[in-house]
Unconditional design. Structure first.
Length: 169
């Protein structure tokens, strides 16, 4: 199997470490973020943008969705930044490429990770919530983002298999 095939399959196991809670949560979240990205590797943009299910979900839509989710939860909600909420259901525009969306996702991850790094107490609540509940703690937010990213990485696995038969984690 070539390196591209291995990368596209995303066939690497989860991280192996034994450390503190915050580091463990961040490492698993970063692992899942990358698992989602690698599902686009080696595909032409038209294949990555083509919906694989009637709802319209495509690999590029998943990346675009996660850009909004990362920024909405970490910047708008937890940090309370004076930024507009992003539409996490927005469709992929025809001019948006995989390279552009992946770069934007990586930027959102860097920004989110900086906010996480600045939090010295996982029990500290954020400034506001995207839900009717009280603002969540950083612990809740990290676990939620692991859950959200894992769900969509699983969707990406299935979409990629439908596109070219590539399978893996």
């Amino acid at each position: 199997m070539t390196e591209i095939e291995t990368t596209a399959r995303g066939d690497v196991g989860p991280p192996s470490l034994n450390t503190d809670e915050k580091t463990t949560l961040i490492v698993f979240l970063d692992y899942l973020r990358e698992a989602l990205i690698v599902k686009t590797y080696g595909l032409p943009d038209d294949k990555a943008r083509t919906p694989g299910v009637p709802s319209g979900t495509s690999l590029l839509w998943l990346i675009k969705h996660m850009i909004a989710v990362e920024l909405n939860w970490f910047e708008w909600s937890y940090l309370g930044a004076d930024v507009p909420l992003m539409d996490d259901e927005a469709r992929v525009d025809p001019q948006e490429t995989a390279a552009d969306l992946i770069a934007r996702y990586r930027d959102a991850v860097v920004r989110a990770n900086a906010i996480i790094a600045g939090c010295d107490d996982l029990d500290r609540p954020g400034k506001r919530s995207l839900r009717p509940d009280a603002a969540p703690s950083m612990r809740w937010l990290l676990v939620h983002m692991i859950e959200e990213t894992a769900r969509h990485a699983g969707h990406a696995d299935i979409l990629r298999e439908h596109i070219d038969g590539a399978t893996g984690r």
